[in-house]
Design a binder for this molecule. Structure first.
Ligand code: HEM
Length: 507
């Protein structure tokens, strides 16, 4: 009996110790969380109520963040704050605000947040590629090199424009072989756009049916899909979860496979490398690497070669291909606009000669349509995340160094204060009363400032040459048995149209 009583007293004292410990731990964690989330700054932008641990993450639909931002914009104004767990975010909305930050205070907003989720791909100290690189010396060197290499394209015999023109020839043949039957244009356009990047980086194009190419595109699509949603955000905010064995491999399986694929392409390339004969971007980068220690300090390392080429692939293919998919969708939905573009093509270029960039200046209507596709299609609705490089002020609000900045480009491209019909497809946004092409300053699909899109020139060339050549050769119509395609987008970093079928009728 005494033993029982003793056991009982021991148990209850142990239980009360556990309870005390539990209460203590809960209070401690809540206090820790509160201290981490507490904002210490006056004039910090307003925002929704932040909850313990998850902050304001429940206010954002990570599958459609631009829609959530647009609602919060209405409630809190042009500049509002959010909290992803313990990270502070500030969202900038509308042309005036975004321009002031990215252009007038360009350096203050030029940094990028660090992304632990990419570490398993080799991203880290001194090897960050370009897109996700922190603002600084290495990013500047790599950006400068990439821009000038793409611009001059002093390697190989063909200019960038010739490569684009050549690729659109292959694309037209593939479209022609559909013989007017309904098909999904997405795959062919995607193949063609990726081939332009492949010829630029690796010096070779792939046939559209090529098994290796199909695999590359499939892996790439999977890797993009893995970036959207709540889980990647959570892993970025609580990177310790990435240390759980198998987590990165499981969540980012597609990204890893895509990167392995890029490694194989680079390795194959290195086997045939000849410094006397620079064939493409990879060769030019390898030549820089040869310059030794200084070059390495400037970021020209093998790991950066992998990341920069992956960046060019990722940033340069999906965006352009998606814009073209929107372009043909709008032509299906607005046949009268398609006819006007074709009339201009017939007048300026005719039916035989290939379009060139020189034609653009004489084709204001076509140019306006392409710009309106970019505006209304809104392909990168929330841009890429920036980070403040130093403490700064914007429209009277204080934003501390290290704050993640979201530039809501969608709110710029559809800013009611700027555009006459922000929520309609209206090419006249880019034409003056005399039918001349004009570009309003709020046209920012490529963003602005120091981190503005590096591939804008190439993208413009691809959009113009692909669009005009295809409309010169074909009229795109909706197959009779098909419902009217949806006009809203699907978000996975870019916003792309829902799949639709077309018939390409030869002209
Ligand atoms: C229609 C096509 C395209 C659109 C709409 C587009 C849009 C964008 C946007 C919005 C950004 C983020 C800028 C910022 O952070 O403020 C960006 C960055 C970037 N883009 Fe593009 N882009 C396109 C095509 C291309 C092409 C063809 C390439 C490469 C060949 C490319 C390479 C890059 C790179 C490397 C960056 C990162 C720049 C940096 O952080 O310094 N893009 N692009």
């Amino acid at each position: 009996m005494a033993l029982l009583l003793w056991l009982q007293s021991q148990l209850s004292s142990c239980w009360s110790n556990i309870s005390v410990l539990g209460v203590f731990l809960t209070v401690f964690t809540l206090l820790f969380d509160f201290m981490k989330r507490r904002k210490k700054w006056s004039h910090y932008p307003p925002g929704p109520v932040s909850l313990p641990f998850i902050g304001t993450m429940l206010y954002v639909d990570f599958r459609n963040p631009h829609l959530s931002f647009n609602q919060l914009h209405k409630k809190f104004g042009n500049i509002f704050n959010l909290q992803n767990c313990w990270s502070n975010l500030v969202v900038l909305n509308g042309y005036k605000t975004v321009k002031e930050a990215l252009v007038h205070r360009s350096e203050d907003f030029a940094d990028r947040p660090y992304f632990p989720v990419y570490e398993h791909l080799g991203y880290g100290n001194k090897s960050e590629g370009i897109v996700m690189a922190r603002y600084g010396h290495v990013w500047k060197e790599l950006r400068k090199f990439t821009l000038s290499t793409l611009r001059n394209f002093g390697m190989g015999k063909k200019s960038l424009e010739e490569r684009v023109t050549e690729e659109v020839g292959f694309l037209c043949s593939a479209v022609n072989s559909e013989e007017g039957r309904p098909f999904d244009l997405r795959f062919l356009v995607n193949n063609a756009v990726c081939n332009v990047i492949c010829t630029t980086i690796y010096g070779e194009r792939f046939d559209y049916g090529d098994a290796t190419f199909k695999k590359l595109l499939h892996l790439f699509e999977n890797s993009l899909n893995e970036e959207a949603g709540f889980l990647p955000q959570l892993l970025n905010e609580v990177p310790i979860l990435l240390r759980i064995p198998g987590v990165p491999q499981k969540v980012f399986r597609g990204q890893k496979a895509f990167m392995d694929f890029i490694d194989v392409l680079i390795d194959k390339h290195m086997e045939t490398w000849n410094p006397a004969h620079i064939r493409d971007f990879t060769d030019a980068f390898l030549k820089e690497m040869e310059k030794g220690k200084v070059a390495e300090e400037n970021g020209f390392s093998y790991n950066n070669l992998r990341l920069v080429t992956a960046d060019l692939f990722a940033a340069g293919s999906e965006t352009t291909s998606t814009t073209l998919q929107w372009a043909f969708l709008y032509m299906l939905l607005h046949p009268e606009i398609q006819s006007k573009v074709q009339a201009e093509i017939d007048k300026v270029i005719g039916r035989e000669r290939s379009p060139t960039m020189k034609d653009q200046a004489s084709m204001p209507y076509t140019n306006a349509v392409i710009h309106e596709v970019q505006r209304y299609g809104d392909v990168v609705p929330i841009g890429l995340p920036h980070m403040t490089y130093r403490d700064t002020k914007l429209q009277g609000f204080f934003i501390p160094k290290g704050t993640t900045i979201i530039t809501n480009l969608s709110s710029v491209l559809k800013d009611e204060a700027v555009w006459e019909k922000p929520n309609e497809f209206y090419p006249e946004h880019f034409l003056d009363a005399n039918g001349h092409f004009v570009k309003p300053e709020a046209f920012l699909p490529f963003s602005a400032g120091r981190r503005a899109c590096l591939g804008e020139q190439l993208a413009r060339m691809e959009l113009f040459i692909f669009f005009t050549t295809l409309l010169q050769k074909f009229t795109f119509v909706l197959p009779e048995d098909q419902p009217r395609p949806r006009e809203d987008g699907r978000f996975a970093l870019t916003s792309s149209p829902h799949p639709y079928l077309v018939r390409a009728v030869p002209r």
